[in-house]
Design a protein around this ligand. Sequence first.
Ligand code: ADP
Length: 268
Amino acid sequence: MTNSLDSVPTPPTAKSSMIYFDDVVKQFGDNVVLNHLDFSVERGQRVTLIGPSGSGKTTILRLLMTLEKVNEGTIWVAGEPFSHETRRGKLVPASEKYLRQARKRIGMVFQHFNLFPNMTVMENLTEGPIHVLGRDKATAVERGRELLATVGLSDKENAHPSQLSGGQQQRVAIARALAMDPDILLLDEVTSALDPELVVGVLNVLRKIADTTDITMLIVTHEMQFARDVSDRVLMFDKGRILEDGSPDQIFTQPEHDRTRSFLKAVV
Ligand code: ADP
């Protein structure tokens, strides 16, 4: 094993962490969006990314969704290279085929729910497990029912997305992401398209998932109360780097930097 031509030394942090960004640079033209970024997230941690618009938060999620590629550095997920793959003992940029496998570990929920409009709720929940994970239909439906109970929508199994409120659609989108049994759930402004009275239901569902599973969550949100309630760690970004890294209590009540203080004043 250790002498395999296909093995490259894995950095210790990559081995022990669920997510590890190792000296990652991402730029669009001359615009350096992530500037030699290093951070790791442990299995089961709930981490909220905060910071001014343009500080690179969404780019981090897009790299993990494999919608963008790094310019420099390496991303590791669950101890394995993610942005790269191993060929002849070297890390080389990941092929499409490798990425298709790698991204199965990651579930995503977006601001706009992106449900399949022509499918029922249950079909939305079972399509991925059946066609991507190769589960049989009965198993996928059983798991789908469990998840609908978790998100409080057991009675909507046969409804179409257009028959649901925005908040209900978002809860289905959360159940659909979980149906793939991901290691990591990425949540990108999941409440910002919702009317205020529907936000509470979605936040309660996410709190429940945080309380009852050990799924690793990476959250981008402007809902600071939600960040405080659900996450156990907050990363404050500024200009593609981490300015502060601490517990919600530390960051929200005793930030070290004026930049963090003024950002929080503006959003809360
Ligand atoms: P945040 O989520 O913190 O608001 P983003 O990660 O969305 O920040 O954006 C960081 C920077 O990257 C911004 O300056 C944005 O204009 C730029 N950017 C993001 N995506 C692209 C793209 N596809 N092409 C060019 N520039 C982009």
